[in-house]
Design a protein around this ligand. Structure first.
Ligand SMILES: O=P(O)(O)OP(=O)(O)OP(=O)(O)OC[C@H]1O[C@@H](n2cnc3c(O)ncnc32)[C@H](O)[C@@H]1O
Ligand SMILES: [Mg+2]
Length: 201
């Protein structure tokens, strides 16, 4: 089976990539398979910049094609926060529960019609000596007033999908992978790029 390397240390993302790419007959490796590789500092101010920093750094390190994912939650009533700081919103310890609590507190008393939000994902594909390309996806929703569901990761328990009448964390993994910001970005990547997985450039 052909192999694709995703430059992520997030186990929630890793599971989603594994499921999606496995269906396409590919094996996924992530940075969880390379524990010796240190964290790449996300110094960018946009999802695109951070995705590029991650994919270019790891592609140069491994000498192979690498895909990175930078993603996050944009809440309109919070002027787009937590945005690129989604992982470390409540602090550098990157704790999903604390991040959710912070968003819920900040939205305390905000009425339903003003709780609009979206998940965004930018995928970046880098190969040593080649220009990096990026693909973006988004998924619209509303921020709930309390957690619902236990599937997924990150902010999924407080992200309500109106078309489904459910929180993202109440969806089965295969359902999330049809509608998520990550799924949308992967679809674009597939449509726009003929990937030669496993082949030298
Ligand atoms: O950088 P890597 O190693 O990939 O892992 P990370 O967790 O730091 O990832 P990001 O920098 O892209 O931060 C994204 C954060 O946004 C949130 N997030 C992204 N995708 C999500 C999803 O599908 N469902 C819920 N929360 C999500 C989640 O809290 C992530 O930690
Ligand atoms: Mg990160």
């Amino acid at each position: 089976m052909e192999e694709v390397i995703i430059a992520t240390k997030n186990s929630g993302k890793a599971k989603e990539f594994e499921r999606i790419f496995h269906e396409k007959g590919m094996i996924v490796k992530t940075l969880l398979d390379f524990p010796e590789i240190e964290d790449v500092e996300e110094t960018g101010t946009t999802f695109e910049e951070n995705a590029k920093i991650k994919s270019e750094t790891i592609a140069n390190l491994l000498g192979k094609m690498v895909i990175a994912d930078d993603s996050g939650l944009e809440v309109d009533a919070l002027e787009g926060r937590p945005g690129v700081y989604s992982a470390r919103y409540a602090g550098p310890q990157k704790n999903d529960e604390e991040n959710i609590d912070k968003v819920l507190e900040e939205l305390h008393g905000v009425p339903k019609n003003e709780r609009t939000a979206r998940f965004r994902c930018v995928l970046s594909v880098s190969q040593p000596g080649k220009k990096t390309v990026t693909f973006a996806g988004a998924c619209e929703g509303l921020i709930l007033t309390e957690r619902k569901g236990t599937n997924g990761f990150g902010y999924d328990p407080i992200f309500f999908i109106e078309a489904k009448g459910k929180a993202m964390a109440e969806l089965a993994p295969e359902e999330k992978n049809k509608i998520s910001h990550r799924a949308m970005a992967i679809k674009k990547l597939e449509q726009n790029l003929t990937l030669n997985f496993g082949e030298d450039s």
